[in-house]
Design a protein around this ligand. Structure first.
Ligand code: NOJ
Length: 521
């Protein structure tokens, strides 16, 4: 039988911004529980929640101070168990966010590690003597800018942090640390979670000798300082694969189809390694290509074809349009094309992941300077790298604060929440939300869409067209990626979904038109 994570769709919740239940302006677990019916009505199969563990929130939960607890801002372990039960009652799977590359500097392990050079936890993190000039041990740069090494006065060494200095990297070459972290997976699997999204999986192991990274000749400062070097030696080391395989063997030792999804930003050839080299690794190495790709039919067609061709035998594809780190699709391509993008995401072969708010066409929200929260923005201001604009509260209805909170929302709502919200779109047949629902419903109804084969069709201009089939069922998807009419002969058959509504026209796709057609045998 097809596992749920192949036929199903995943929905990402950014927990601070989904639903607040206690009026502190920050979303929480009880809030998510109260909104599960939205996810059921939408038609997704699983919800992935970004980190909810105790954290000083230097990076909003991606700095974990206790891997086996719940941050009080989000609730309690009992609230978590209740949420999990409520999700399961509704047939929804629940995935957590595992952050294995680094902990918080407030984690008891790191406090012990930094307490003295001979503390038993010293080697659980990455400590090095200064380089020959007395400065950092090498030229590695934090993804958030600046040297990736922080000086510890008390013990006279540097520690490595690929992100903030409040996020020291764990040393996965230490067997005790490795065991302790594998036990974290077991802790949550034992509680019943259905899987994990694994944060920066490709970062987890660094070159044992810590050589300098090569300079990037194409670097321009507006890219962000991390791009000054290629992360050749600080990421994607061969040893990571054994770790991912061990994580997989733990997932596989549990009943039900537990799933592992790897966050990996690498070129396709290297991404493919994370399906497993010698043994199975993650089920779904996140495929982020649609986030970066130029929005042009020929470019997308090539990218999709190349990705399909690169998949290893048995490797199941997946697609992502956005997440809590990247500009939203509605902002990248505009509202009309965001509908076309939804149709693409939900009809390509492979598991789609939907970012909360994209189902109502939410756009990036401009954040006034005095309300900036994201450390990414605060460290390298003005480059447009900040992530607050894509993490704003979910607008549920036109009541105060869009139904998100009775308090002051931690980030501002966008200007259009009184009309762009779940309640309003739910009763508007032409809304983005109804389009998402229709497409997700079609995936459940038509095996050709959920699990069927895939082939690109010939198309000209800015039309992307492909066919999905299973058994006798054949479905053609034709997408006009521009606002201008484009020549395309829509095959005879039943139009199952359209981004525009109305009747398709002969020989043409209207501007911004996408159609899903069940063709006649
Ligand atoms: C990737 C996460 O998606 C991002 O939000 C976070 O800042 C870094 N990893 C560090 O954990």
């Amino acid at each position: 039988m097809t596992p749920w994570w192949q036929s199903g769709a995943i929905y990402q919740v950014y927990p601070r911004s989904f639903q607040d239940s206690d009026g502190d302006g920050i979303g929480d677990l009880n809030g998510i529980a109260a909104r599960l019916d939205h996810l059921v009505a939408l038609g997704v199969d699983a919800v992935w929640i970004s980190p909810i563990f105790p954290s000083p929130m230097a990076d909003f939960g991606y700095d974990v101070a206790d891997y086996c607890g719940i941050d009080p801002r989000f609730g309690t372990l009992a609230d978590f168990d209740a949420l999990l039960a409520a999700a399961h009652e509704r047939g929804l799977k629940l995935l957590l966010d595992f952050v294995p590359n680094h902990s918080s500097s407030e984690h008891p392990w790191f406090r012990q590690s930094r307490s003295s050079r001979d503390n038993p936890k010293r080697d659980w993190y990455i400590w090095r003597d200064p380089g020959p000039d007395g400065g950092p041990p090498n030229n590695w740069i934090s993804d958030f800018g600046g040297s990736a090494w922080a000086w510890d006065e008390a013990t006279g060494q540097y520690y490595y942090h690929a992100f903030l200095k409040e996020q020291p990297d764990l040393n996965w070459r230490n067997p005790d640390l490795r065991r302790a972290m594998m036990d974290v997976l077991r802790f949550w699997f034992d509680r019943g979670v259905d899987g994990f999204r694994i944060d920066v999986l490709w970062h987890m192991v660094k070159h044992a000798d810590f050589p300098d990274n090569p300079a990037n000749p194409d670097y321009r400062p507006e890219m962000g300082e991390m791009h000054a070097v290629h992360q050749l030696h600080s990421t994607d080391q061969p040893e990571v694969h054994g770790i991912a395989a061990e994580m997989r063997s733990i997932a596989d030792s549990y009943p039900g189809d537990r799933v592992l999804i790897g966050e990996i930003y690498l070129p396709v050839e290297r991404l493919m390694h994370y399906y497993g080299l010698d043994a199975p690794e993650v089920h779904l190495p996140f495929n982020f290509q649609l986030i970066d790709a130029p929005w042009q039919a020929r470019r997308l067609a090539r990218l999709i074809g190349d990705y399909e061709a690169a998949l290893p035998p048995g490797g199941w594809p997946n697609w992502v349009l956005g997440n809590h780190d990247r500009p939203r699709i509605a902002t990248r391509v505009g509202e009309a094309q965001a509908r076309v993008a939804a149709m693409l995401l939900l009809t390509l072969r492979g598991t789609p992941t939907i970012y909360y708010g994209d189902e109502i066409g939410l756009a990036d929200v401009a954040i006034p300077a005095d309300r900036v929260q994201d450390p990414r923005e605060l460290r390298e201001p003005g480059l447009g790298l900040g992530r607050d604009p894509v993490r704003t509260p979910m607008p549920w209805n036109d009541s105060e604060n869009a139904g998100f909170t009775t308090g002051e929302p931690w980030l501002p709502l966008g200007p259009d929440w009184r009309t762009r919200n779940v309640a309003a779109q739910g009763v508007d047949d032409a809304s983005v939300l109804v389009l998402y629902k229709r497409l997700l419903h079609l995936r459940r109804k038509h095996a050709a869409l959920a699990t069927g084969d895939f082939r690109l069709l010939e198309a000209e201009g800015d039309v992307l067209a492909y066919e999905r089939w299973q058994g006798d069922e054949r479905i053609v998807v034709a997408l006009n990626l521009s606002a201008e009419p484009q020549p395309f002969v829509i095959p005879e058959g039943e139009v199952l979904a359209s981004t525009l509504g109305g009747e398709p026209q002969p020989g043409t796709l209207r501007g911004d038109e996408g159609v899903v057609v069940l063709t006649r045998p």
